[in-house]
Design a protein around this ligand. Structure first.
Ligand SMILES: C[S@@+](CC[C@H](N)C(=O)[O-])C[C@H]1O[C@@H](n2cnc3c(N)ncnc32)[C@H](O)[C@@H]1O
Length: 297
């Protein structure tokens, strides 16, 4: 079989499995399986395919037909201009979560302008470490040497991935990872109060399980997705636990799901300290991040 026919068969299988952009995916998987550059693939369209290449390609096509996300197949996901290692122990970092990173960096600058010497950030539900590590890399570039970051996750398996990513991006000295049930195990007496809590927690209501794309429902860790009947359980827990652990002038930054911003703003009201709460909109016009600055009079 020549390469053109081979790609056509793969595209037909991918179409049947309802994978988006099947022809493009087939070409992409071929290049990934064989290491060929685009021009090499195009020039080889009429050539017979080698059996080793064919079997490697077919295995990948089968995985994608089962709706395994491309990022798990390649074990890489781009986030904030960095390439993260991912596998099915962690949620694949999403582009919309970059807004939580930018908001965190803005809050660090605000707190530093207010003469705070060192800032301690906790990324709650760190998963692959995407938020914590992207913030750390940006701080390194800015020459900030004092801000410290802790990533917390309940999943020991996810934390192994986060550690690997911290090594990959050279931030093991600034970011430390610890296992815990949100902030429950954070001992503010020993570690000091937290200046910034940032979190992209699980926020999908249980009832929406059936409506998810197969890529998400079949492959991403359920613990990273679901948070009770209304999807707000994680926000409730983190805000309750943060109350006694956050600095009087601290900030909380949450990524929120569709139509959750108002409810999360209400939950933040329970913190006291007259928080100044804002809702930030992502590039698609969705309310995506809720940020609360404490200590406003
Ligand atoms: C939506 S994922 C976010 C991952 C990563 N921060 C990101 O933005 O890509 C939520 C994460 O919260 C973690 N998680 C779920 N329940 C938790 C709990 N009770 N305590 C700490 N982490 C939890 C999951 O293991 C998962 O890694």
């Amino acid at each position: 079989m020549n390469l053109r026919t081979c790609l056509q068969h793969a595209a037909a299988d991918l179409t049947h499995a309802q994978v988006e952009t099947p022809a493009q995916t087939a070409r992409w998987l071929w290049r990934y399986a064989t290491g060929a550059q685009t021009h090499e693939m195009l020039m080889a369209m009429g050539n017979e395919v080698a059996s080793d290449d064919l079997s490697a390609f077919v295995r990948l096509v089968q995985r994608r037909c089962a709706r395994e996300p491309l990022q798990y197949i390649t074990q890489e996901a781009d986030f904030c201009g960095l390439t993260f290692y991912v596998d099915d122990r962690v949620l694949i970092p999403r582009p919309e979560t970059e807004l939580a990173v930018h908001t965190t960096l803005a809050q660090i600058r605000r707190q530093k302008r207010a003469d705070k010497r060192s800032v301690h950030i906790v990324d709650v539900g760190t998963g692959s470490g995407a938020i914590a590590i992207a913030v750390a890399v940006a701080l390194d570039k800015e020459g900030d040497r004092t801000t410290a970051i802790t990533g917390v996750d309940i999943s020991a398996a996810a934390l192994e991935v986060a550690e690997k990513n911290a090594q990959r991006h050279g931030v093991t000295e600034r970011v430390r990872f610890t296992q815990g049930n949100y902030l429950q195990d954070y001992d503010a007496g020993r570690l000091g109060s937290i200046d910034i809590v940032v979190s992209n927690p699980p926020y999908i209501p249980e009832g929406q399980r059936e409506r998810l794309q197969p890529e998400v429902a079949r492959f991403e860790p359920p613990q990273a997705l679901f948070a009770g009947a209304d999807g707000l359980d994680a926000y409730r827990a983190i805000i309750r636990q943060a109350a006694s652990r956050i600095a009087a002038d601290g900030s909380l930054i949450f990524e929120v799901g569709a139509d959750q911003a108002d409810a999360v703003c209400d939950l933040l009201g329970a913190l006291g300290g007259r928080p100044r709460v804002s809702v930030l909109v992502d590039e698609r016009g969705m309310e995506r991040v809720v940020a609360a600055e404490l200590g406003w009079r």
